[in-house]
Structures are given as structure tokens and as C-alpha cells.
Design a protein around this ligand. Structure first.
Ligand SMILES: [Zn+2]
Length: 283
């Protein structure tokens, strides 16, 4: 009961602070940037996942998580080589996912798609297309609930349910995770690490889910782009969500990245030199 009330308060704060956005509107701050904002959100985590046992707010930034859990959490790849990874969240849908796949095929670029389990169950043919065309997939929860609001059991269920759906569709369980909104608590991260998962967040936020123009998306990329960057975009829209800017920007984005000398790689490729990540799959 206490947890429910606290969860509702957290939710209200969240909804009040952030513009709504389509299908996942209930929690739609969608893409918090790394660092400060996340710290602020994570300060609220004390009143959700750890509410029963802890009274003090726990503030854990992505920077801290990456430092404390180097084999389990990252917002960027190694900076030693000029590589970047394009990532697309909230897939699959039947509107934007095929358009993004068409462009990637035309440009001969491989990307990583973070799949929402209930959407994969609805559109298995799109998941298979993503794999057939040589891209990587990762686990983006079952129904896009913020993990910070969940008990450990429900949190684990979000990951395992989606892992099972993907396993039945593509023959293996992806080891890369991206939590909804990028939010995960230290306790949850310890669990994912113990199961061999790796959380891949991002350090370049296009903020494309806001329905931005292609030009604005490209400007957002330039702000924090560098070797090892993981670029966050979306290729699955909610009701009323407009990702046409994402689609329009993508050919230019790819051209600009190539002109700057970047190699475009998938998330498994990005982390393939890491000892803890010799494989992209869990069986
Ligand atoms: Zn998402």
C-alpha cells in the first residue's frame, strides 16, 4: 500500500515535470539525459524500489554507475577508436521501424534496436526483419514501465518476459539491455550483472521523440558526439507520436558521421573488445 502511494506520488511528479508523449504517455519523460536529470530522478528512486527499507534518498548518477559497474553499465563505448553506434528504441512498430530499416539497408549501415516485449509479440515479423537484415537487438522491457517503480520481482519479470519472447523469435536471448528512460537502480544493476546482462544507455540524445525537425535532431547529435558515442533515437512511435524527423534526419546523420571519419557499429561490436563482453548472446 505504502509502495503504491509512493509510486503514485513519484508518477505525478514525473508527469508534472515532463511533457507527455504518445503511447507511453504515463511515464513519458522518455529520454532523460545522462547525469544531472537522471540524478534528480534517481533521487526519487528511494521512494520507489527501496522505499520499504530505506529512508534516505539515494542519488546515483550514470557516471557513478558506469564507474562502479564497468562490466555491467555504460553510456558510451571505448573512446580509443573512432566508432559510434546508432541505437533505436521502442521498436517494433509498423510505421517507423520499416522506414528506418529501409534507410539503413540503402546506406549499408548496421544499428541496434531496443525492443519492447509486448510490441515484439505483436509484430514478430518486424523483429525477424531486423535480425535478417543484420542488425542487433536488445531488451527494452516488456511494457516500458520505469524500472524505478517496480519491485525486484516485477523488474526481473520485465526483462525475462521480453528475453523469452525474443528467444522464441530469433533463437537467442540478447544480453544487452536498455531500461525505459535509461533508469535502473544499483540493486537492479547488480541483478542484471549477476545474470550476464549489460546495460547500454547513451551519451548522445537526439530527443527525437519530441517530434523535432531533422535539423534540430542533427544539431542535438553534434552537441555531445565523439569517439565511442552511443546515439539514442527512436524507431517505434506511440499514439500521436511523430518520428518523421528521425526518418528525415537519418540519411544526413549517416552521411555526416561517415564524413567525420566515424565507423558505424552495433552495440555488441562497440563492446566486443571488452573482456566481460566476449559474446553478444545469452543462451
Ligand atoms: Zn523507450
Amino acid at each position: 500500500m505504502i509502495r503504491t502511494i509512493i509510486g503514485l506520488v513519484w508518477l505525478l511528479l514525473l508527469v508534472a515535470g515532463v511533457a507527455g508523449c504518445g503511447r507511453f504517455a504515463a511515464l513519458q519523460q522518455k529520454d532523460p539525459p545522462q547525469g544531472d536529470l537522471y540524478t534528480a530522478h534517481n533521487g526519487s528512486i528511494s521512494v520507489s524500489a527501496n522505499a520499504v527499507t530505506q529512508s534516505k534518498p539515494r542519488r546515483v548518477s550514470w557516471i557513478t554507475l558506469a564507474r562502479k559497474y564497468p562490466g555491467a553499465f555504460a553510456t558510451r563505448g571505448p573512446t580509443s577508436s573512432k566508432r559510434v553506434a546508432l541505437t533505436f528504441d521502442d521498436v517494433p512498430d509498423l510505421e517507423y521501424t520499416p522506414q528506418v530499416l529501409d534507410i539503413l539497408a540503402r546506406e549499408k549501415v548496421k544499428a541496434t534496436f531496443f525492443v519492447v516485449g509486448e510490441r515484439a509479440a505483436k509484430h514478430p515479423e518486424m523483429v525477424r526483419r531486423i535480425i535478417t537484415e543484420g542488425h542487433s537487438v536488445g531488451n527494452h522491457s516488456y511494457d516500458h514501465t520505469s524500472y524505478a517503480l517496480l519491485s525486484m520481482r516485477k523488474f526481473e519479470d520485465q526483462i525475462e518476459r521480453t528475453g523469452n519472447i525474443l528467444h522464441s523469435q530469433i533463437g537467442y536471448t540478447p544480453r544487452f539491455l536498455r531500461p525505459p528512460y535509461g533508469e535502473i537502480t544499483p540493486a537492479q544493476l547488480m541483478w542484471t550483472q549477476s545474470r550476464g546482462y549489460f546495460v547500454a544507455n547513451w551519451n548522445v540524445d537526439t530527443e527525437d521523440w519530441k517530434g523535432l525537425s531533422a535539423g534540430r535532431i542533427l544539431r542535438n547529435v553534434r552537441r555531445t558526439l565523439g569517439p565511442g558515442s552511443i546515439i539514442l533515437q527512436h524507431a517505434g512511435g506511440g499514439v500521436g507520436e511523430d518520428l518523421s524527423g528521425t526518418v528525415k534526419a537519418l540519411p544526413s546523420l549517416i552521411r555526416i558521421l561517415k564524413q567525420k571519419g566515424y565507423e558505424l557499429v552495433t552495440i555488441p561490436e562497440m563492446f566486443s573488445e571488452s573482456q566481460e563482453l566476449e559474446s553478444m548472446r545469452l543462451y
